[in-house]
Design a binder for this molecule. Structure first.
Ligand code: SF4
Length: 224
């Protein structure tokens, strides 16, 4: 069994964070009205995509009625609708949508995951929950043997990526601030890129738009 499969099997059985376990169970039982006839996945979410890829995209956590329902990261919610339009335009995915685990989606040279594997209430994890889950995230990074560039979608994801490096290299945080489009060369010669999260709030307020995100992804591709 590959190390990735072993890790993912461990993740989906994890019940370490009491508050998050209760929350993901509650949402999977109560459900959103429009998905009432569906059986929610209701477990932690693993990464998805090309585990030999050179690019890693990192989100914050699974969405309540997206990944927690469908069982795949960035699948079945508004953030994934926007993200996959951009990934497809950037030729990083075979299709512009991500709606269910059986939709035929493929990522090219790219793996995608979340810093936290369970949905937190109001999308706000505690620092302790992030720390508890960090080991899984760290191991995913180690298992991506061809990794060259990490794109953090939003500040919390960026901070988790930075922690990965800080724990090894004792870096100064003030030298690595989150901003859309920043690209830092890390001590292991990989790059860490900051990108606004593709959330409906960021899209609706026009903080991010398709052109801006596609430009960033194209820049990522040209750096490898
Ligand atoms: S957030 Fe991570 S550590 Fe906590 S229960 Fe979910 S998978 Fe386990």
């Amino acid at each position: 069994m590959s190390k990735f499969i072993q890790l993912n099997n461990k993740i989906i059985k994890c019940n370490k964070c009491k508050r998050l376990v209760e929350f993901r169970k509650k949402i999977s039982k109560v459900k959103r009205k429009q998905y009432f006839n569906e059986t929610y996945w209701g477990k932690p979410i693993t990464g998805f995509g090309d585990s030999n890829g050179e690019i890693l995209l990192v989100g914050l956590a699974p969405a309540a009625h997206g990944a927690t329902r469908t069982g795949r990261v960035f699948t079945g919610d508004k953030s994934s609708d926007f993200l996959y339009k951009c990934l497809h335009k950037s030729k990083l995915s075979n299709q512009p949508t991500s709606v269910s685990i059986n939709d035929g989606l493929k990522l090219f040279n790219t793996y995608i995951t979340a810093a936290l594997k369970c949905v937190p209430p109001e999308d706000k994890p505690s620092q302790q929950e992030l720390n508890t889950c960090f080991n899984y995230f760290k191991n995913e990074i180690y298992l991506l043997k061809n990794l060259k560039i990490i794109v953090a979608l939003g500040k919390i994801a960026f901070d988790a990526c930075f922690k990965f490096y800080q724990d090894i290299y004792m870096l100064k945080k003030s030298n690595y601030l989150f901003k859309h489009g920043v690209k830092y060369k890390m001590p292991d010669n990989k790059y860490l890129v900051g990108c606004y999260h593709p959330s409906p709030r960021n899209v609706n307020t026009k903080r991010i738009n398709i052109n801006k995100m596609v430009k960033l992804f194209k820049n990522v591709k040209s750096s490898i």
